[in-house]
Design a protein around this ligand. Structure first.
Ligand code: LLP
Length: 414
C-alpha cells in the first residue's frame, strides 16, 4: 500500500526516501500488507487451489509468505520448482505448466510428487510417460487446452489462440486425456488453460470457464473423471489507464460454473497478487533537453524493468516528494536509464513537473515481471529488494556486487 502523507510517498508506514537512503538506489520495495491482502482475496474463495505463478516474482521470502497463506505454486521450470519447494510450498499444491519441459525437469517434478504436470503436446506426454515408467512412478497429468479465445491484451501477453505455441486444440486434448487414462504410468487429473496476461475484462473468462467445464463434462461422459478445472491466471492490474475487475469479482465469476459442475477450481494468478505490491525506486542523475524532448536520466534502466521497452507498458510515475510551491515547469518527461539503447525508457512523455537532480521517482505497479525479468545487461548489478511491514523493513535480496559479474566464469590463474 503506497500513499502520500504530507507530500511524501510512503510504503505502509515507512517513507520510501528513508529506505532509499539506507539501501541506496535503484531498488525494488514491496508492501507486505498489499501482498497479503491480494493473496487473501484469492483465498477467500475456500474451494479453490490458488497456484501463484512464480514467474511474476520468485523472491523466496515472498514465496514463503504466500505459501504460509495457503497458496500453492504454478511453476514453469526446474528452477521455479526448486524455488517453490525451497519456500516450503507443499508439493501437493504445485503444478507445472510450460511447453518445453526437459527430461531432467520432469524427473525432478515426479521425484517431488507435485500435484500435476500440465501437458502441452503429444510428444511431451510420451516423454512424461517414459520418465514415469523409468522411475516406477505414476505421473499425474493435466492437459493444457488451447481454447482459441482472444484475450484483448498486448499481443505478447495473449496465449490462448490457435496460432500461439501454447496448449493443444480441443480434439487433441480429448485424445491426450484418453491416452493418459490408458497408460499404466499416467493418471489424468485435470484440464487447464491460460489465455493470457493483463486481461481487464471478465468476458473472456466467462467463455473460457464454460468451455472448460463443458469439455470436462464430455470427458466424464466418456468415462474419464477429472479432479479439477484450471482457468489459469491473467487478471490485469491498473497501470493508470484502464480499470480492472477486483480479484473477488474475478474469482466469483470463474468459480461458480466450476463449483456447480462439481470440480475443484485451480487458478494461477501472478501479476494481480504481486504487481501492485511493488515499486521500483530510482534517483534522478541528470536533466537533459534535446531535440524538443525533455529527458530525465535516472539510475534504473531497462535491465531493471523491461516492461516499458518490451510491451510499451505504462507504469505510473510518482515523485517520492511532491514539491510545494514548485517553480518547476510542467513538461512531457521522458524518463530514461543509463543503458546504451534508445529503447531504454521507463516512462515516456509524462506531463509532470521537471524533477531535480537527486530527486527520487517511483515506478508504480512494478512488483510483477519487474525484478523477475531483470538482467545484468550493460554490466549492471541486479537490484536489492526490500519488504516493508508497517514501519519495519527487511532486505529480502542484497544488491549484487561486482564479483557477481564473474559468476561461473573459470578465470585463468585461479
Ligand atoms: N499461468 C501460466 C501458464 C502463465 O504462462 C502465466 C503467465 C500465468 C499463469 C500468470 O499470469 P498473470 O496472472 O501474471 O497474468 N512478462 C509479461 C507477462 C507474461 C506472462 C506469462 N505467463 C508482462 O510483463 O506483461
Amino acid at each position: 500500500m503506497f500513499q502520500y502523507q504530507a507530500k511524501t510517498l510512503y510504503c505502509e508506514n515507512k517513507p520510501l526516501a528513508d529506505i532509499a537512503q539506507s539501501v541506496g538506489t535503484p531498488l525494488y520495495v514491496y508492501s507486505k500488507s498489499e501482498l497479503l491482502r491480494r493473496a487473501r482475496a484469492y483465498r477467500a474463495y475456500p474451494g479453490a487451489l490458488v497456484c501463484y505463478a512464480v514467474k511474476a516474482n520468485g523472491n523466496p521470502i515472498l514465496l514463503r509468505l504466500l505459501g504460509e497463506e495457503g497458496l500453492g505454486a504454478d511453476v514453469t521450470s526446474g528452477g521455479e520448482l526448486f524455488l517453490a519447494l525451497q519456500a516450503a510450498i507443499p508439493a501437493k499444491r504445485i503444478i507445472y505448466s510450460g511447453v518445453g519441459k526437459r527430461r531432467d525437469e520432469i524427473e525432478m517434478a515426479l521425484a517431488a510428487s507435485i500435484r500435476a504436470l500440465h501437458v502441452e503436446s503429444m510428444m511431451e506426454l510420451d516423454v512424461i510417460a517414459a520418465v514415469a515408467q523409468d522411475m516406477g512412478r505414476v505421473a499425474h497429468v493435466g492437459v493444457r487446452v488451447n481454447p482459441d479465445i482472444p484475450a484483448q491484451t498486448h499481443p505478447y501477453d495473449s496465449t490462448g489462440r490457435l496460432d500461439h505455441k501454447f496448449g493443444v486444440p480441443r480434439e487433441s486434448a480429448v485424445t491426450l486425456l484418453h491416452r493418459a487414462a490408458e497408460h499404466p504410468f499416467l493418471n489424468p487429473v485435470g484440464l487447464a488453460a491460460h489465455i493470457g496476461s493483463q486481461i481487464t475484462s471478465l468476458a473472456p473468462y466467462r467463455r473460457l470457464v464454460a468451455f472448460l467445464v463443458e469439455l470436462a463434462n464430455d470427458m466424464a461422459a466418456a468415462g474419464i473423471d477429472l479432479e479439477y478445472v484450471d482457468v489459469g491466471g491473467g487478471l490485469g492490474i491498473d497501470y493508470g489507464q484502464n480499470g480492472t475487475p477486483p480479484i473477488e469479482e474475478w474469482i466469483e465469476t470463474v468459480s461458480q460454473p466450476v463449483e456447480n459442475a462439481g470440480y475443484e477450481l485451480v487458478v494461477e494468478p501472478g501479476r494481480s497478487i504481486v504487481g501492485p505490491a511493488g515499486v521500483l525506486l530510482t534517483e534522478v542523475l541528470y536533466n537533459k533537453e534535446q531535440g524538443a524532448k525533455y529527458f530525465v536520466i535516472v539510475d534504473a534502466g531497462m535491465n531493471d524493468l523491461i516492461r516499458p521497452a518490451m510491451y510499451d507498458a505504462n507504469h505510473p510515475l510518482w515523485p517520492v516528494r511532491q514539491r510545494f510551491n514548485t517553480d518547476a515547469p510542467i513538461v512531457p518527461l521522458n524518463v530514461v536509464g543509463p543503458i546504451c539503447e534508445t529503447g531504454d525508457f521507463l516512462a515516456r512523455e509524462r506531463l509532470l513537473p521537471q524533477p531535480q537532480v537527486g530527486d527520487l521517482l517511483a515506478l508504480m505497479q512494478a512488483g510483477a515481471y519487474g525484478f523477475a525479468m531483470s538482467s545484468n545487461y550493460n554490466g549492471r548489478l541486479r537490484l536489492p529488494e526490500v519488504l516493508v511491514d508497517g514501519d519495519q523493513c527487511e532486505l529480502i535480496r542484497h544488491r549484487q556486487n561486482l564479483e557477481h559479474l564473474l559468476d561461473g566464469v573459470p578465470i585463468s590463474g585461479e
